[in-house]
Design a protein around this ligand. Structure first.
Ligand SMILES: Nc1ncnc2c1ncn2[C@@H]1O[C@H](COP(=O)(O)OP(=O)(O)OP(=O)(O)O)[C@@H](O)[C@H]1O
Ligand SMILES: [Mg+2]
Length: 267
């Protein structure tokens, strides 16, 4: 996969021949990812699906720069990923908010590390909180927030540095069903308003079909891509909302995707 996609656009994210192996506690190593090729144009929302243990988090961690690949390369635009950077924002399943900081200071924390002055930090943190529907909640302690609100703060924290790519690893997995649906609409809204390139891991087929402009399925071990197709629903959902989930085309796509995940073969 080159830097230029089939449509002639420069890729925002390029992964070429990525392989990851981890040493085993009793010697030897385990191959977790093999030969991953992925090109993601700017503004795409790619959902990653696959059975537990197939390497989704390992792939996201490699893109985030948290763990270096054993083989191959990862680039954002033309730049090689060699470690974490402000061009990539990360949201995990469990929010890792600092309990001694209020919502606003949690959001602004990364900016503090980059020596941005207090006034500017607060302003940008408030803007990010407003973007995730938490305007006016900046003074709240983290323990005064619901699970859904805490994930909104995590999303605001990832957005505040204006990253080019958002990496989201099962960000809604710990939420109750109703909050999860609201948060799915929030993710779509943030995607529409910011035009960010997003990689989003989930175990929910409905969530994948509802949010993704493209779905990539991994199978393993070792983890490799067995399915990679565009999906029409997310762009339609921006106009019509969640009722799209009850369309017959949605059910058909869900059953097809289920078959891919369980058999690794595209029907
Ligand atoms: N740091 C590590 N050292 C050794 N093995 C690891 C390490 N990180 C992950 N693994 C192994 O790599 C495999 C893939 O793990 P990973 O967390 O990427 O899976 P996943 O697809 O995200 O699963 P889940 O859906 O359960 O979150 C697992 O077998 C796991 O034990
Ligand atoms: Mg995982």
């Amino acid at each position: 996969m080159g830097l230029i996609g089939l449509t002639g656009h420069l890729m925002k994210l390029t992964i070429h021949r990525l392989g990851v192996r981890f040493p085993q506690p009793r010697g030897g190593e385990v191959e977790v990812l093999r030969g991953i090729e992925l090109g993601v144009p700017a503004g795409e929302l790619v959902v990653l699906l696959g059975a537990s243990g197939c390497g989704k988090s390992t792939l996201l961690n490699a893109i985030a720069g948290f763990s270096p690949p054993t083989e191959g390369e990862i680039r954002v635009d033309r730049r090689h990923v060699t470690g974490p950077g402000p061009d990539r924002g990360v949201v995990l399943q469990t929010d890792a908010l600092y309990p001694w900081l209020n919502a606003r200071d949690n959001v602004g924390f990364g900016l503090r590390l980059r020596s941005i002055p207090l006034k500017e930090r607060r302003k940008r943190a408030e803007e990010a909180l407003a973007l995730v529907g938490l305007a006016g909640k900046g003074d709240h302690a983290t323990w005064q927030l619901s699970g859904g609100q805490r994930q909104r703060v995590s999303l605001a924290r990832a957005l505040v540095a204006d990253p080019e790519i958002l990496l989201m690893d099962e960000p809604l997995g710990a939420l109750d069903a109703l909050t999860r649906e609201q948060m799915q609409d929030l993710v779509l809204e943030v995607w529409r308003r910011t035009g960010k390139t997003i990689l989003f891991v989930t175990h929910s087929l409905d969530e994948a079909l509802y949010l993704g402009s493209r779905i990539v399925v991994l199978a393993g071990p070792p983890g490799r891509i067995v399915f990679d197709e565009p999906v029409p629903f997310a762009r339609k959902a921006l106009e019509t909302g969640s009722k799209i989930k009850s369309l017959p085309e949605f059910s058909t796509a869900r059953e097809r995707l289920r078959a891919v995940i369980f058999t690794g073969v595209t029907p």
